[in-house]
Design a protein around this ligand. Structure first.
Ligand SMILES: Cc1cc2nc3c(=O)[nH]c(=O)nc-3n(C[C@H](O)[C@H](O)[C@H](O)COP(=O)(O)O)c2cc1C
Length: 326
């Protein structure tokens, strides 16, 4: 009897799922980036931050091409024009830092940027005039973790996009994943699975399908794909839980790579269901698992200015104390 009640509850939860998914869609329509019903300034804020980051990422790569990303630069300049400069300055700081380093990169090589160059200079003049501080660009990553305090260790994490061709030994991969298994999971259900790839051709194919590692995919010799078994989750309420548990596990996996003296870079798998099926097929992953993300890892090839700066917001913009005591 108890078993039948349990099954009926699970079925009811499944039947509620379309309604909840519809609610998710309405939420995106009302508040999502780019929706005509959502306020435009916050969308612009994020669009500028994302595009400025692609510029600093491009500058940090080993094989940075001259005049790369001109379309993106034109787009970021256009978005900055539409942005309300009296609002939060973070996107403008990111754009300013990334674009001034872009200009510097080309002037050091005596490359004339033409019309886009004058647009960048105009933007920089305006930013300077308004007292905006440049915050995007590149930095030299920290690779030594010996002797760091626990909090300095956590803060030392960075996205590595340049690895040596070395294959990480199997024992190290096992150690890394075992350590990541200390991640918490909802009711300890441990639905997360980790798939590892170390063959050049399959990695190339998977990164091609992933699409976010342009400019450095050829430098990846070790790749994780993190998934969550769908059997662990039923119906309406935990519909996002595979991503919550998967994301928490992935973070622990990344830190575990670093604690074992390897570098890593999270790679998004924000894809359509159709694309997800294709990736799982190519990767030999069961269709019963949901893809969470990919992670390039391996021995970092650390260079001067070899990482995107990825400036963080002031903590006061992230943290809200509600109902303070006293
Ligand atoms: C879920 C997720 C997906 C990401 N996807 C990509 C990606 O596709 N390509 C990439 O180069 N970096 C990717 N990143 C790395 C971010 O760009 C990076 O974490 C961010 O800019 C902060 O920089 P940091 O990791 O160096 O501190 C991803 C990060 C996360 C958390």
């Amino acid at each position: 009897m108890k078993w039948i009640v349990h099954r009926l509850r699970a079925l009811a939860s499944l039947l509620l799922l379309p309604g909840e998914l519809f609610g998710d869609w309405l939420h995106c329509l009302r508040w999502g980036k780019g929706s005509p019903f959502s306020p435009s300034q916050p969308s612009l804020y994020y669009d500028i931050v994302l595009l400025a980051h692609t510029v600093e990422k491009g500058l940090s790569l080993t094989d940075t091409r001259a005049s790369f990303g001109q379309q993106k630069i034109a787009a970021v300049l256009d978005l900055c024009d539409q942005y309300d400069w009296s609002g939060p300055s973070f996107p403008l700081q990111m754009a300013y830092g990334a674009l001034s380093e872009y200009r510097e990169f080309h002037s050091e090589r005596n490359i004339d940027l033409g019309e886009i160059g004058s647009k960048i200079s105009k933007f920089i003049e305006r930013a300077e005039g308004q007292g905006i501080e440049p915050k995007g660009g590149t930095v030299t990553p920290r690779t030594q973790i010996d002797g760091l305090s626990p909090s300095d260790f956590l803060c030392s994490r960075w996205s590595c996009r340049d690895f040596t061709p070395a294959t990480v030994p199997r024992e190290d991969v096992e150690r890394i994943v075992k350590c990541a298994q200390s991640a918490p999971s909802q009711c300890n259900r441990q639905s997360v699975r980790v798939h590892v790839y170390q063959g050049k051709h399959l990695i190339e194919e998977l990164l091609r399908l992933q699409g976010g590692s342009g400019g450095f995919s050829q430098r990846v010799s070790n790749l994780f794909v993190v998934t969550s078994e769908t059997f662990a989750w039923s119906g309406a309420k935990p519909r996002h839980q595979p991503y919550v548990d998967g994301g928490i596990f992935a973070m622990q996996l990344g830190m575990s790579c670093i604690s074992h003296c390897y570098g890593c870079c999270f790679l998004n798998l924000a894809v359509t269901n159709r694309h997800e099926k294709q990736i799982k097929q190519a990767a030999g992953i069961s269709q019963a698992e949901k893809l969470i993300l990919m992670m390039a890892f391996g021995v970092p090839n650390a260079r001067d200015r070899g990482a995107a700066r990825s400036e963080r917001l002031p903590v006061t913009q992230v943290l809200t104390f509600h109902d303070p005591v006293g």
